[in-house]
Ligand binder design. Structure first.
Ligand code: HEC
Length: 141
């Protein structure tokens, strides 16, 4: 009986090693094809947060900033290649998104206003933070 337990235990550990080995290979393959910036983002933000951010972006920002943050002429600027987004810390970006930028603001580049919270007053800090995590994955700079 004791022997059987031992044998089953060995078998379970062997299977575990095989399973983990497979996952590690996949991770290694993904890391080889990712840019250094994408590797850094993947290490910084929880994948679940990034996924929620993509969903929130799709509801609150995409109408003006377009899919993948490429921007829509006359509606919203390119966020993927924005030097401004790249330069700001997450906390600074949060503050910016909460406040927006009026059309006559000295920093305004397009003459079109960025509404506070994208024009959704009920957008929470937690939601905006998920959007920031997602924006980081779009960064092409
Ligand atoms: C109604 C349209 C609209 C919506 C919705 C909107 N934005 Fe904007 N946003 C703009 C416009 C227009 C600008 C460019 C302002 C300028 O020319 O300086 C802008 C600028 C920005 C910038 C600054 C980019 C830069 O390079 O200066 C960020 C960051 C940003 N938006 C984030 C967001 C996020 C995040 C959301 C969703 C929560 C959002 N925006 C929703 C219109 C919008």
């Amino acid at each position: 009986m004791q022997m059987l337990h031992w044998t089953l235990g060995m078998l379970a550990s062997a299977l575990l090693v095989v399973a983990c080995g497979g996952e590690a290979d996949e991770e290694q393959a993904a890391l080889r094809t990712a840019t250094p910036a994408q590797v850094a983002v993947a290490a910084t933000y929880d994948p679940q947060t990034i996924e929620e951010g993509a969903a929130n972006y799709g509801v609150y920002c995409i109408a003006c900033h377009g899919a993948q943050g490429v921007g829509i002429e006359g509606l919203g600027s390119n966020l993927a290649e924005s030097e401004f987004v790249h330069r700001l810390s997450d906390a600074e970006l949060l503050a910016f998104i909460q406040e927006g930028r009026s059309a006559d603001h000295p920093d305004n580049v397009s003459g079109v206003a960025m509404p506070a919270k994208g024009g959704f007053p009920s957008l929470s800090v937690a939601q905006i933070n998920t959007i920031i995590a997602y924006l980081r994955t779009l960064q092409a700079l």
